[in-house]
Write a protein that binds this ligand. Structure first.
Ligand code: 3H9
Length: 689
């Protein structure tokens, strides 16, 4: 055997231990260790039963994701599983940590499974754009039935050991911390009671009971249509479970294998696997090592109790961190606090938590009109009006109030943080924490590193982000940072497109069908067209001015680019259509037919190009961080991997070609970035950076 597997014999029990950090993924050496280890244990006459167990933090957490797309080597997983399932002696999986994907599929070929109470099992392949491709789609329904298999496999949930026991996925729970002893004792019991070698593949009761009930699947598809929109993997998982119910095991496996192959070689799974690694990379900052000193953050101050300040406060209250919130006027303070309470009470009404929990969270909040009360806060976040003079004034005051070592953060979404930092004598303490609205809901946090921000302040901000459940990306100071800088490209093109010939609903439809949660015009209507609009100064110069002047300010006024009914359902507006045609005529624009392809390319390719400029300027660490920003902040479809990965998928040569074509027709809004040119010249993609 190789060095990731170790077979020992204790009495008449063979214990095969796998040790392949970090998560015992099923790489070629692990597959080999299982195959050879079980074979040796079978050949050893002293061994009457076999325990399969893992060292380290977890049981096998799945196939080795890094191996997908590469040429296969070593024994296949099926070979290893066959060795287990056909063993003439009972094989018992001993589970701790997480038995996921291929890991659970291995355990399902064992004749029995025991687990510690903290263990979890699941088939999360769907999150990687896949389906369980090692028999899991056929074995799981044979234990838990079609309905539960549908739920588990299409959501990729990790199910706790106790529930696994109830569902029959696990045969016995053993004492926490005593898995090895417990599993050996169980194995002895199996021998003593002469229990059979249970092969799940032969258990047909559950699937036979579901046979002839196609409504199970149809209802499930209908109920989840919105959630699954655009994703291939959930539907493929469903088809495999249908096969498990309707076909003999071997035939079902054939369906599983065919659909697995299709997914694993497709672009959606490649994108979702990219996102899996991007989500882990984004926390790593090359020049801020793991051992950078962290500033303990036990209390937070927030300046501004408006929508943003209140939402930011809730993040900390939810995590049990006390917050002092400051406003300049009692009325605004009361309104802010009341909104927070109302949000919590609404959550309690929906059953998310109890009323006591509401009081507990509100009890951590100290409202005040005095900025001096922030003197003890470890982290202070300013969320006041977006105006440089106002922000500098706040930071100047803060400098005198905040204790030594406190982090001074701004929630600005647009202003130059280096300039804000000039208002204090300790610029190393200043950082941007750009929350996205609604701040208590949106997962993304852009952590903005200014010129002089210290490494400690960066490391602490990343850690705080994790603590409050955000996904944080470290970005540099530039207009709009990463997220809004890309957004500005798309918004500009969307506006131009509706002048040149498309209608808002054409643009929105194309981007919605691409997989975004909504198009730019629906988004503007939702946000309110009057954000940043000034009634006194408005002279009907832009389409937005004209809409606002007509009191078409978006959903809140029942009309914007679209007309809205009482339930806020949108319909294209003939009024807006006429306004657009009139406006274009006034400006002498010759409208033309615009294809869906052009809409997509005009909206997305300039974003990719801008991302390349951001990388060139060093304002994002890696292309995949930009992907994370757009997936978590703007709902870019995961199955496209983010804008930069999408660029690689389309081919950067194609993106560059189109940018050049548009540039020659429409000017320098489409000027390709030097990095894009360079990558294409070298035949590379963002993935190669
Ligand atoms: C599958 O099984 C297909 C089969 O059905 C069919 C086969 C034919 N492979 O998340 P963490 C790395 S598909 C390679 O930070 P945690 C990860 O990148 C698979 N690497 O730890 C990270 O590396 P680094 C189905 C993997 O404690 C390090 O391990 N299984 C894999 O927060 C630590 O990870 C899944 O989808 C892998 N499978 O969470 C499970 N998994 O340190 C995927 C992890 O360099 N994994 N790494 O950044 C997880 O959900 C979590 O990692 C887990 C631990 C819950 C296990």
């Amino acid at each position: 055997m190789n060095d990731v597997g170790d077979l020992t014999v204790e009495g008449d029990i063979g214990v095969l231990t796998l040790n392949s950090p970090p998560v015992n993924a099923l790489s070629a050496p692990v597959r080999e260790a299982i195959h050879e280890g079980i074979k040796q244990a079978i050949a050893d006459d002293k061994v009457k039963a076999i325990v399969l167990i893992c060292d380290g933090r977890t049981f096998i957490a799945g196939a080795d994701i890094t191996e997908f797309g590469k040429a296969p080597s070593g024994p296949s997983l099926f070979d290893a599983q066959d060795m287990i399932e056909n063993a003439p002696k009972p094989v018992i999986a001993a589970i701790h940590g997480t038995a996921l994907g291929g890991g659970l599929e291995v355990a399902l070929t064992c004749h029995y499974r025991v687990a510690v109470p903290s263990a979890k099992c699941g088939l999360p392949e769907v999150n990687l754009g896949l389906l369980p491709g090692a028999g899991g789609t056929q074995r799981l329904p044979r234990i838990v039935g079609a309905q539960k298999a549908l739920e588990m496999m299409t959501a990729g949930t990790h199910v706790g050991a106790k529930q696994c026991l109830e569902m029959g996925l696990v045969d016995e729970l053993v004492e926490e911390g005593k898995l090895r002893e417990g599993a050996i004792a169980f194995a002895k019991k199996v021998l003593a009671e002469n229990r059979p070698l249970v092969k799940i593949r032969e258990q047909n009761d559950k699937v036979e009971a579901d046979r002839g009930h196609p409504e199970i699947f149809e209802n499930f598809r209908k109920a989840n249509a919105r959630k699954f929109r655009g994703f291939l993997a959930p539907e493929y998982n469903i088809q495999c479970i249908e096969a498990a119910v309707n076909l003999p095991f071997e035939e079902g496996i054939k369906v599983e294998q065919k659909l697995f192959r299709e997914l694993v070689t497709g672009t959606q799974s490649a994108a979702q696997r990219h996102v899996f690694f991007a989500e882990r990379q984004v926390w790593k900052i090359p020049d801020v090592p793991k051992d950078t000193p962290i500033i303990p953050v036990e209390s937070v101050g927030i300046i501004g109790a408006g929508t943003m300040g209140g939402g930011i406060a809730m993040n900390f209250l939810n995590s049990g961190i006390p917050v002092t919130i400051v406003e300049t006027k009692q009325e605004a303070l009361d309104r802010g606090v009341a909104t927070i309470r109302k949000n919590y009470e609404n959550s309690a009404k929906k059953g998310r938590f109890s009323m006591e929990e509401v009081e507990k969270r509100m009890g951590l909040l100290t409202p005040t009109l005095k900025m001096e009360d922030l003197g003890t806060a470890d982290l202070i976040i300013e969320a006041v009006f977006e105006n440089m003079d106002v922000k500098k004034d706040v930071f100047g005051k803060l400098d005198k109030i905040a204790k030594n070592g406190a982090i001074l953060a701004t929630n600005t979404s647009a202003l130059n943080i280096d300039e804000i930092a000039t208002a204090v004598k300790r610029p190393e303490a200043v950082i941007g924490l750009h929350f996205f609205s609604p701040a208590n809901v949106m997962k993304l946090l852009e952590v903005v590193r200014a010129d002089k921000t210290s490494k400690s302040v960066i490391a602490t901000s990343m850690q705080v982000a994790k603590k409050i459940g955000k996904v944080a990306a470290l970005v540099g100071v530039c207009p709009g940072f990463v997220g809004n800088r890309l957004l500005a490209q798309r918004q500009r093109e969307a506006q131009k497109l509706i002048m040149e010939g498309a209608m808002p609903w054409d643009v929105d439809r194309v981007l919605y069908d691409f997989g975004l949660p909504m198009g730019p015009f629906a988004m503007s209507d939702l946000a309110g067209l009057d954000i940043g609009w000034n009634k006194e100064k408005s002279k009907g110069e832009t389409l937005r001015d004209r809409l606002c002047e007509m009191d078409r300010r978006g959903q809140k006024t029942g009309a914007g680019y679209y007309d809205y009914d009482e339930e806020r359902n949108a319909t294209p507006s003939p009024v807006v259509e006429k306004m657009i045609l009139d406006y274009a005529a006034e400006k002498g624009i010759n409208r033309r037919q615009i294809s869906d392809d052009e809409i997509l390319e005009r909206c997305i390719y300039p974003m990719i190009n801008e991302g390349a400029k951001i990388l060139e300027e060093g304002k994002a660490i890696r292309a995949s961080d930009i992907d994370i920003v757009w997936i978590y902040g703007y709902g870019f479809p995961r199955y496209r991997g983010g804008p930069m990965f999408y660029g690689d998928t389309v081919g950067l040569d194609k993106v560059l070609g189109k940018m050049k074509e548009f540039q020659s027709q429409m000017g320098d809004d489409f000027k390709p970035s030097a990095l894009l040119e360079k990558l294409v010249a070298e035949g590379k993609g963002f993935k190669d950076l």
